[in-house]
Design a protein around this ligand. Structure first.
Ligand code: PRX
Length: 642
């Protein structure tokens, strides 16, 4: 099934089909000239003359873009719009409670960011220092990011759903001295005890000497004298001007922790110039954005989607960007569509998991709203199944709105593979084609390049400006994780099919990373939480297909010899993981496993565990190399049916 480009879109688009072909030709013929021109979309204090210097080779590994350029991202997102657009709306904030919303102009946003930047400076934060941001979806979250960018501090936003332990690990890893949080958050009518979590986390973070506490609910939360400082009075006393710090293009802009297949989360580091160019360029192309249009990305700023497509990309393009504090089904499952009507949203960008959950409620909650303002729909975070795609297109968009299914990763900074609404015919479930200058390649397990219509592991053979530059504090891990599996290439960790038209269909992770409701998690992290429980001897976690979440979490748990498996213990373990990592990491199924399938050398055979969890029992493969093949029979017999 193919949906052709609507004529009206081809006519208005920044890039139509011919433009897409032409851009590809130009970037191949003259990459330096092409990227120099793209970089020209930003305001540079000193324009770059050196455009690209990249080697993926082990001996000479480095990635540099625009390296002699100087700019400030906050000035690009705010100051440069003031002469002509000061009274345009930068953010529309929609509260968890539908009665609360607010518009913030570029002038106001600039002032708020300057105030916060001045507060940070007054507390001793300097260029290069790391600041951890643990805030709900309130405008202050965006101000905090931009305030850091303004003074050259490196922000690390931690999603408000993370536990005190997870927060502590992230604060320690990047050695933040200052944390910005709120008294409490509000989501779906429930209170999120942010300050209480910070207080618990800081018991293990002696390096933090200052916590700025934004008042969201006004609750009476415990404040430690000398360390915890209410932000309100500081803000009121701070100056409304703060000169933006000139930053080198390769100076760090932010760190964002993400899960990998092994070990603790990685601090993905993005730098200033390349990231800002990529976020801004892709936001304009993929959403065919023009200033004045109302644009809503439903992500949380705690994830990369919120960084690139709520804050940096949209603001660099003088957009009006909606910040939504709530959830899709509160107070009712019409909420998304009501917000669209209320603010006349034209471009709407969300995750398949939200669509699948809303689909389950039927069409009535959608139909009771108008949605006439909508022109373009987007999807991100996980593969969108054709059924959900078609529902989104037919019911939400009433058949008139193209859908951009955007594939990318925390590591890639912003979109790499996506339709362009005026250029690309759509196939439900396919992220379609790479953006100009993104060189995709499919390889087999041995690294052999696969041509034509085929399936393989997705690699990228050359750099793009928004590529991450390192794992914070562990450059070797950066190289080993992404560039050593297939030498000379960036390996995404995703499997992918390419069809006869050259369209790409992402099939999901091929490593031990799972994607649960769009939340990326390493199975190793959940295992390590489980074995931290005093009754657990060993644990293995795999994903299984889940109708709404995309993937669910299936845990095999071996208890210590003297412990009895009970229903209470099962509940206790679920609670334990929630507390250790965060509510979104709670296992959907826990199977008691007296033994795990291991090779004679002691390696757990996850392939078998995955098959059992998927109920693909006819396909367990060769079990003869197992140390004790009988454990498989037990696993199959006691499988948790869902
Ligand atoms: O497996 C891919 C999936 O999400 C992973 C990246 O997760 P994260 O770094 O958290 O970033 C999410 C927001 C960009 C990818 O390796 N993924 C993301 N977008 C898509 C997708 N899978 C299929 N289709 C997509 N559009």
């Amino acid at each position: 099934m193919v949906f052709p480009v609507p004529e009206a879109w081809a006519e208005r688009a920044h890039m139509d089909a011919a433009g897409y072909e032409a851009a590809w030709k130009r970037v191949q013929a003259d990459p330096e000239g092409f990227w120099k021109e793209v970089a020209g979309r930003l305001d540079w204090i000193k324009a770059p003359t050196k455009i690209k210097d990249v080697s993926y080779a082990k001996e000479d590994f480095h990635i540099r873009w625009f390296e002699d350029g100087v700019l400030n991202v906050s000035a690009n997102c705010l100051d440069r719009h003031l002469p002509t657009r000061a009274d345009d709306v930068a953010f529309i904030w929609e509260g968890d409670n539908p009665a609360q919303s607010r518009k913030i102009t570029y002038r106001e946003a600039h002032e708020e960011v300057c105030r916060m930047a001045n507060v940070l400076k007054s507390r001793g934060v300097a260029k290069g220092d790391r600041v951890t941001i643990y805030l709900p979806m309130i405008p202050e979250a965006a101000y905090a990011m931009l305030a850091c960018a303004r003074i050259g501090a490196v922000h690390s936003v931690v999603f408000g759903g993370f536990s005190p332990d997870s927060l502590a690990g992230r604060i320690q890893d990047c050695d933040s001295r200052l944390v910005i949080t709120a008294d409490e958050g509000l989501r779906g009518g429930k209170v999120v005890p942010l300050m209480r979590n910070v207080a618990a986390a800081l018991e293990d973070c002696p390096g933090v000497d200052t916590v700025l506490v934004v008042s969201r609910t006004g609750a009476d939360v415990p404040m430690k004298a000398g360390r915890d400082i209410p932000y309100g009075p500081e803000r009121a006393a701070a100056g409304v001007d703060c000169a933006p710090e000139p930053m080198n293009a390769e100076d760090p802009l932010f760190i964002l922790y993400t899960s990998g297949s092994t070990g603790k989360p990685k601090g993905v580091l993005h730098t200033t110039g390349g990231y800002a160019v990529w976020a801004s360029w892709t936001h304009e192309l993929v959403f065919d954005y023009r200033p004045g249009e109302i644009y809503w990305c439903t992500a949380d700023v705690g994830w990369v989607t919120g960084h690139s497509y709520i804050v940096y990309g949209p603001l660099a393009n003088a957009a009006t960007s909606v910040i939504f504090e709530g959830v899709p089904n509160y107070p009712t499952s019409s909420r998304f569509w009501e917000v669209i009507d209320k603010h006349q949203v034209e471009i709407f960008y969300t995750a398949p998991t939200a669509l699948r959950a809303l689909m389950r409620e039927g069409e009535a909650p959608v139909q009771r709203t108008s949605r006439k303002s909508l022109r373009l729909l987007g999807s991100v975070g996980e593969p969108i199944n054709p059924e959900a795609w078609l529902w989104y297109h037919r019911v939400v968009g009433e058949g008139r709105c193209p859908i951009v299914d955007t594939w990318w990763q925390t590591e890639t900074g912003a979109c790499l593979v996506s339709p362009l609404p005026g250029a690309t015919a759509l196939k439900p479930g396919s992220a379609t084609k790479p953006l100009p200058g993104v060189y995709l390649q499919l390889v087999d397990a041995e690294g052999k390049v696969l041509d034509g219509a085929t399936s393989g592991n997705l690699c990228i053979t050359d750099s793009w400006p928004g590529q991450m530059r390192t794992v914070y504090g562990d450059h070797q891990r950066f190289f080993d994780t992404y560039f050593s599996t297939y030498p000379g290439k960036y390996f995404t960790g995703d499997g992918c099919r390419r069809d006869e038209d050259g369209y790409y269909w992402i099939t999901g992770r091929v490593d031990d990373v799972i994607n649960v409701s769009g939340h990326r998690m390493g199975t190793a992290e959940i295992e390590s939480a489980l074995v931290g429980h005093h009754d657990v001897a060993e644990a293995a976690v795999v994903g299984f297909p889940h109708d709404i979440k995309g993937q669910g979490i299936y845990a095999y748990v071996t208890l210590k010899a003297d412990v009895q498996p009970t229903e209470n213990l099962r509940k206790d373990l679920v609670l334990w993981v929630r507390q250790e990592i965060g509510p979104f990491a709670a296992p959907d199924a826990i199977q008691w496993a007296p033994g795990l399938p291991k090779t004679r050398s002691g390696k757990i055979m996850r392939r078998i565990l995955r098959k059992v969890a998927e109920n693909d029992l006819g396909n367990l493969g060769d079990t003869s190399t197992l140390a004790d093949p009988a454990v498989v029979d037990d696993l199959v017999k006691n499988r948790i049916g869902r």
